[in-house]
Design a protein around this ligand. Structure first.
Ligand code: AMP
Ligand code: MG
Length: 484
């Protein structure tokens, strides 16, 4: 097989053997290409243009792995909806780590590539809809400047998977800074062997935060760094109205990337209680709960580090608690800074938080669309339309003008700050469902057009119109499904 530019350096296999199982993807009968992310391939230093789409399909189905790949499934555990479980890659296989021409290291990973020792009775497979959903949303998140895993390719496997109905089976090739999860640390901690957890700590630091190697308390430095990255990530999600849907500890990556897109979706009308996932009956992972859940997950991470934080168990607990209690302030600062940017505020004034909260409360009461309301504010003239005619909005608008006048920067800078923080287009759930429906029935054009429209979400253009409207009542999609 030609090399395509692959340059593997598979360091994860240097961890103790408990962390993985080497195995090959299960071959599939008749793979067919659905989509290849050529710009991403180019960024990774990969080129598949010399082979036919049939040969590409063989590669991205795992029927023939690149020579230097050393495929394996990862072991991990995790709290799912608050309950601790042993997990692991039940339907995923990491090819290995690819080094890009600029020296960046990425895991390449299949999702839907067949059973593994961690499948727990599952079929190890995935249906086309959820794999394309991950492709669409992860690529949209990347374009929105939000840390995320990426999607390189989707193939159908020629077979069917059986969920509520038979569906075409598919495999996604995912690209991630790593697949180290809070759940990977939870798995390590279960061994009650200092060397096991220490090996994972050292590996994670080397891979994600090499500057920490010199620090005196490395585990505390890693904890603080992960807290910082997660606070930033969640603030971004909130900024664009993203609801992850399954923030289990196994779905939180230490790299700070959004990972494991399941029943995730973007909110249309602003409502802090928004929940999409059909399995989230209690609203545990509702939009407004995401920061608190992130903190809860980080506390589970901190617990795994206790033996390393200090030799004195009481002291270790104190250190962990102090770091975790710090999440709120870190998150608040990042969130406020992103929200200030959404309304074009420079500098910090005492009234900023109240001004922003009042806008959000008004949006909630009016059932206003989150994305489009911020977009309507992103222009010199006051926003037009029925929504903005009431006195409450007019009073808020006047307060906002007074605050804008305190900016140290000219109005043009405010508008450009707003334009780079308020997307003109997001992958609205009803559109996602429409294109997935068409794709599942063999029509890929709406999917490809949609993905193209999501490429530059901060640049307004008339061709984005069909993607900008909130759903009509008959188009509203209230629930999304895990699709495992
Ligand atoms: P997720 O909700 O996709 O994060 O998956 C939670 C866990 O279930 C992970 O350990 C997955 O590997 C596993 N899993 C999900 N779907 C399947 C499947 N079809 N077969 C086997 N394991 C699965
Ligand atoms: Mg997962």
């Amino acid at each position: 097989m030609t090399s395509f530019g692959f340059k593997f350096d598979n360091t994860y296999l240097q961890l103790p053997k408990v962390f993985y199982t080497k195995l090959l993807p299960a071959p599939v009968p008749k793979p067919e290409m659905v989509i290849l992310n050529t710009p991403l391939a180019t960024d990774l230093g990969l080129n598949f243009s010399d082979i036919s789409t049939d040969e590409q399909a063989v590669l991205f189905a795992g029927n023939q792995m690149p020579e230097e790949a050393e495929p394996f499934a990862q072991a991990y555990a995790g709290h799912q909806f608050g309950h601790f479980t042993m997990l692991g890659d039940g339907r995923a296989i990491v090819w290995g780590e690819h080094i890009t021409p600029t020296g960046q290291r990425f895991d390449l990973q299949f999702k839907g590539s067949g059973p593994t020792p961690y499948s727990r009775g599952g079929d190890g497979r995935a249906a086309i809809g959820p794999m394309l959903r991950e492709y669409i949303i992860s690529e949209a998140m990347h374009a929105l400047n939000i840390p995320t895993t990426r999607s390189l390719a989707v193939v159908t496997n020629g077979g069917q998977v059986y969920r509520e109905t038979p569906l075409p089976g598919a495999i996604l090739t995912r690209v991630a800074s790593s697949h180290i999860r809070v759940g990977t640390f939870q798995f390590a901690a279960l061994h009650r062997d200092r060397e096991v957890i220490k090996s994972l700590l050292d590996y994670t630091i080397k891979r994600h935060s090499p500057h920490i190697e010199e620090k005196q308390n490395k585990s505390l430095s890693l904890l603080k760094s992960v807290i910082e990255k997660q606070a930033e990530l969640i603030a971004h999600w909130m900024r664009v109205g993203f609801v992850h849907g399954v923030m289990n500890t196994d779905n939180m990556a230490l790299s700070g990337e959004t990972i494991d897109y399941g029943p995730c979706a973007f909110m249309d009308a602003y409502d802090p209680e928004t929940v999409f996932s059909s399995i989230d009956h209690m609203g545990r992972y509702a939009y407004a709960n995401q920061p608190a859940i992130a903190q809860w997950n980080l506390a589970r991470f901190a617990e795994t580090l206790l033996p390393l934080l200090d030799d004195d168990a009481e002291k270790a607990k104190e250190i962990a608690e102090e770091a975790i209690n710090g999440f709120g302030a870190v998150y608040k600062e990042k969130s406020l800074s992103m929200l200030r940017a959404k309304v074009g505020l420079f500098g910090e004034q005492a009234e900023d938080e109240g001004l922003i909260t009042d806008l959000l409360d008004w949006m909630h009461r009016q059932n206003a669309d989150y994305t489009n309301t911020f977009l309507d504010l992103t222009s010199e003239a006051p926003p037009k339309g029925k929504l903005y005619e009431g006195d409450t909005f007019k009073e808020w608008h006047a307060r906002w003008q007074v605050r804008l006048a305190k900016n140290t920067e000219p109005l043009e800078s405010s508008l450009s700050l707003m334009r780079s923080n308020n997307p003109v287009v997001i992958p609205r759930n009803h559109k996602v469902e429409q294109v997935l429906d068409a794709a599942t029935n063999g029509d890929l054009q709406p999917l490809k057009d949609f993905i193209a429209a999501l490429q530059e979400p901060y640049k307004n253009s008339s061709y984005l119109k069909p993607y900008q409207s909130p759903p009509k009542p008959e188009e509203t999609v209230c629930q999304t499904f895990c699709g495992t």
